[in-house]
Design a protein. Sequence first.
Length: 61
Amino acid sequence: MRFPIGFLRMAKWARRPPSEARVKLVLAILLVCALLWGAEQIFGFPQWLTPNMTGSGRIAR
């Protein structure tokens, strides 16, 4: 049961909040993810990155 572990982590963060550098790092990662998602929504997923499936459900090389 992972529910109490979340409470322990929240209590730890309340007592000792993360540094400003850690917060900036997390926000930068979230921004990059949002930009990648937005680019995929606008331009679509590239065909050359789509795996070629065979009839047996295996990926062709």
